[in-house]
Design a protein around this ligand. Structure first.
Ligand code: GCB
Length: 869
């Protein structure tokens, strides 16, 4: 919601959507959302709206995207094409003397508006707002019953509109609010790059005084010259008027003029900061002959900041380390079509984690996000979506500049914004050696891109020199060789040492080397992160295994390294929540899993690590709420289990099953561990602590899965062959990590190799069982006691699409159950195959699955054995 009205009563002069319209006298502007009762049809192809059959329209409300069912887990239906929206609008006669606008907060990515069959205009770019004046295209109640609004949205690849490529889903649709705005003929401009036409600057701010400078644009859409008065009132947070400033203006007919009011001086301003987000308000009014004709309300915050290459960021004269996160705007089950409530909830979670900084990656987000950031005290980096590469065309250049101007003008008044960004990893493809191969970049590519950066940087400075310009780069020397890294005021590094490359300790070393080499560089860590999946756990976590334990170790190490380096002024986790990325094939395909919260926003355990280190409230959180089903054995051959706790308390009391286990002293790291010996299937763990006379606690119930079918202690075993972690499937069954035969169970072929396939698997929700496999395996043995068993063999052909490349015979206890199995031929590539067999075991011999290659090498992905009798 961007149009805050105080005079809501006078706004109620019309109601929409096929119901009667009531007229009342309106003095000032009126804004109302027109989100309900739309019809939608995804046509895919570019056809006329009149050619869509009546039966093809579906009733929908906005916000809406047509890609909701495309993610996650579906590699086939990601729709990039044309979708038509239409709506009937009935407008009161009282609007006859008004100017009527439709304002879209965002539609991805090309929007074309038609009113009553006539083309009104087009907007390019999916992440900024735009308005159309529809006055000349509409009829009113006395002329005709209704108006047909139709909007064609196109989310196809367009080489001239950023982003061209990125690690996120380009959901199509009208996915943010749509507003109908009615103004008097003379009003604050609604055609100034989608902004509200009023800009509040604070050219000078100190602790003692601040100046406020208000300027903007006025549009006289009447045929007569107008004499008007502009009045701005500055309110403090208690809503009392502190200052009023006015100016008379004359505007010729059918003209727009810029206006600028004299400076206002505010003594002893209450400064804005993350700890004290003091907000003022400016109400700017437009009067004609003493009557209020229009008004715009804008937020205002006083703060001064600078970024020092050695000492980091200073806010209001004091050092402040900006430790924050990145946010994508989508959400499980909603795609990018979120209610304002969900946007605000995200910001509240970010604040609650203790973060004071947020990068809006990789595009401008809903206006509500910035309102929330202003109010909650979260410092913002906002950017336009030039990601991965550019097209060296004038159209791309112009669209980028247009988008950048839109972003700045639309967000200008928000005190939370400190950074304007304009590029992310723009040499990704080129630096990786694709140049002149797949991408066909011209020889001038690097220089052209550098020039684009220069032009964008200059544009930002012209629009708003009060903020810091920034771009994010990946770890590659090309940016320095070309010199593009010198263009912005600050340089953001997206760093993934220990995830995309070997060790997380390389992170600090890289920072130290870079700071030494470029001592004047203002370094931002614009991204760092590792993926995780609540179903994957490992006591010895490995890079890229998607275990929650690896992600935890990664962040614990990174945050420590960040805190040790004062020159690192700004940092941001990648990312606050998991998000849709249609090209990904991780353990949850089509989702980027590096969030501190899941795609549905449930916090991961690691969220509480940040909260315990950065937040102000006492935290005790057992770091294993996601790992309640464990594969350690109990009873005979038992091994101790270790439980981790995130806390900012100094002393913890641990109890197991209600009995005091130990008292733990916690060091500076905010991480505490204790061990105990599981002795039965379930244990209740409780952790308690006390601070300032208040008690805090957390508890979990952990359960243990035994793995021995030979002594009757277990009746089933599931094995994720080829994997180094345990996996919990959709039926809550725990799949053990793979192991060589240890006299209980395991693979027998020492030459076999564990492999991973990084794409989605057709026909299962349990991808990690099929994505991991062992190749060149001759047999797998599980010791069992005598009885009748069900043996489920899980396979997927992950290498070949063509038949005839791999053929194998599979036997269970020397009895052939599959002959000449050619998975590609029978089931196709990348498809989960699970087949169950009944096996009777007399005793002694256990169950051995043997695989024999007839062509190519054998493979095995998973094994499940269950005792039936
Ligand atoms: C990056 C990109 C971001 C990706 C992220 C990742 O460097 O800027 O868009 O999502 O890495 O997860 O790989």
């Amino acid at each position: 919601m961007i149009f805050h009205r105080t005079y809501i009563i006078i706004s109620l002069f019309y109601l929409f959507v096929n119901i009667s319209v009531f007229a009342q006298e309106v003095n000032s502007r009126s804004s109302i959302t027109v989100n309900n009762d739309w019809k939608f049809c995804y046509t895919g192809k570019d056809i006329k709206v009149t050619n869509v059959l009546d039966t093809e329209w579906k009733h929908i409300n906005i916000p809406h995207t047509w890609n909701i069912n495309d993610t996650p887990n579906d590699t086939t239906t990601y729709k990039r094409g044309i979708g038509w929206y239409k709506k009937t609008l009935r407008l009161s006669n009282s609007l006859k003397n008004k100017r009527v606008y439709l304002h879209f907060e965002g539609a991805n990515q090309i929007a074309e508006l038609f009113v009553n069959g006539t083309y009104v205009g087009k907007h390019l770019g999916g992440y900024t707002a735009f308005s159309f004046d529809i006055t000349n295209y509409i009829h009113f109640d006395d002329e005709s019953n209704s108006n047909e609004i139709s909007v064609k949205i196109d989310n196809r690849f367009n080489k001239d509109i950023p982003p061209l490529s990125a690690d996120f889903t380009f959901y199509g649709g009208i996915y943010r609010d749509v507003w109908l705005i009615a103004t008097n003929p003379v009003h604050f401009s609604l055609n100034d790059y989608g902004s509200k036409g009023v800009y509040i600057a604070t050219p000078k701010v100190t602790k003692n005084e601040a100046t406020v400078k208000i300027h903007g644009k006025i549009h006289n859409q009447s045929n007569v010259e107008k004499e008007i008065l502009i009045r701005s009132k500055l309110f403090n947070k208690k809503d009392s008027v502190l200052h009023t400033i006015e100016k008379n203006l004359k505007i010729t007919a059918n003209h727009q003029v810029d206006f600028s009011l004299d400076s206002i001086l505010v003594n002893k301003p209450e400064l804005w900061s993350p700890d004290q987000p003091n907000l003022y308000t400016v109400r700017t009014e437009l009067f004609e002959k003493g009557h209020l004709k229009d008004e715009v309300i804008s937020p205002l915050g006083f703060r001064f900041f600078n970024f020092h290459a050695d000492k980091g960021v200073f806010l209001n004269g004091k050092p402040i380390k900006l430790i924050g996160t990145n946010r994508h705007q989508d959400h499980e089950t909603y795609g990018n079509a979120l209610s304002n409530k969900l946007h605000v909830k995200d910001l509240e979670m970010i604040k609650d984690a203790g973060f004071n900084f947020l990068r809006l990656a990789h595009y401008p987000q809903d206006p509500e996000v910035l309102h929330a950031a202003d109010k909650l005290g979260i410092i913002i980096w906002e950017e336009i979506p030039i990601v991965n590469y550019v097209t060296t065309s004038d159209a791309f250049l112009n669209n980028s500049k247009y988008m950048l101007t839109e972003m700045i003008r639309q967000s200008y008044n928000h005190p939370s914004i400190f950074f304007w960004g304009y590029m992310n990893e723009v040499f990704l493809y080129d630096a990786n050696g694709d140049r002149n191969k797949n991408m066909n970049f011209p020889d001038t590519y690097l220089e052209w891109t550098k020039d684009l950066a220069k032009q964008l940087n200059t544009l930002v400075k012209k629009e708003d020199s009060s903020r810091i310009t920034v771009m994010a780069i990946h770890q590659n020397d090309k940016y320095d060789e070309v010199g593009i890294s010198k263009i912005p005021d600050a340089l953001g590094y997206n760093l993934y040492q220990g995830w995309y490359s070997n060790y997380f300790t390389d992170f600090g070393n890289f920072l130290d080397r870079t700071h030494l080499k470029y001592p004047k560089r203002k370094i931002v860590i614009s991204e760092y992160g590792a993926g995780s999946d609540e179903r994957i756990h490992a006591s010895k976590p490995k890079r890229f295994d998607f275990s929650t334990e690896y992600q935890q170790a990664f962040h614990e190490s990174y945050l420590k390294q960040i805190k040790e380096r004062p020159f690192v002024g700004v940092t941001a986790v990648w990312a606050q929540s998991d998000f849709g990325s249609n090209t990904r094939g991780d353990s949850k395909p089509q989702v980027n899993q590096k969030g501190l919260q899941y795609f549905n926003r449930k916090p991961k355990d690691i969220y509480y690590y940040y909260q315990s280190v950065l937040g102000s409230k006492p935290v005790i959180h057992i770091a294993s709420h996601d790992w309640l089903k464990r594969t350690s054995a109990f009873g005979e051959g038992q091994i101790a289990d270790t439980i981790k706790i995130y806390t900012n308390l100094k002393t913890l009391d641990i109890s197991v099953d209600g009995i005091k286990h130990q008292t733990l002293q916690v060091d500076q790291s905010n991480v505490a561990y204790f061990s105990f010996m599981p002795s039965k299937e379930q244990h209740k763990i409780e952790v308690k602590g006390k601070q300032d006379e208040h008690y805090y606690s957390d508890d979990i119930i952990v359960s243990y899965t035994d793995q021995n079918l030979s002594n009757g202690s277990s009746k089933e075993i599931a094995i994720n062959v080829g994997a180094t972690f345990q996996f919990t499937d959709e039926n809550q069954k725990v799949w053990f990590k793979d192991q060589p035969y240890n006299n209980i169970w395991g693979y027998n072929s020492n030459n076999s190799v564990p492999l991973k396939f990084s794409k989605g698997i057709i026909g299962t929700k349990n991808e990690p069982i099929y994505q991991y496999y062992r190749k060149d395996i001759s047999s797998y043995t599980v010791n069992v006691e005598a009885g009748l068993y069900e043996v489920d063999i899980c396979l997927a052909e992950l290498e070949y699409s063509e038949s005839g490349k791999r053929k194998m015979d599979i036997s269970i206890n020397n009895k052939r159950v599959w002959k000449n199995l050619d998975l590609a031929k029978t089931y196709g590539k990348q498809t989960a195959v699970s087949r169950k067999f009944k096996v009777s075991v007399d005793g002694g011999e256990g169950i051995t699955i043997s695989l024999k290659a007839k062509r190519g090498k054998t493979i095995l992905n998973g094994l499940y054995i269950k005792k039936l009798k």
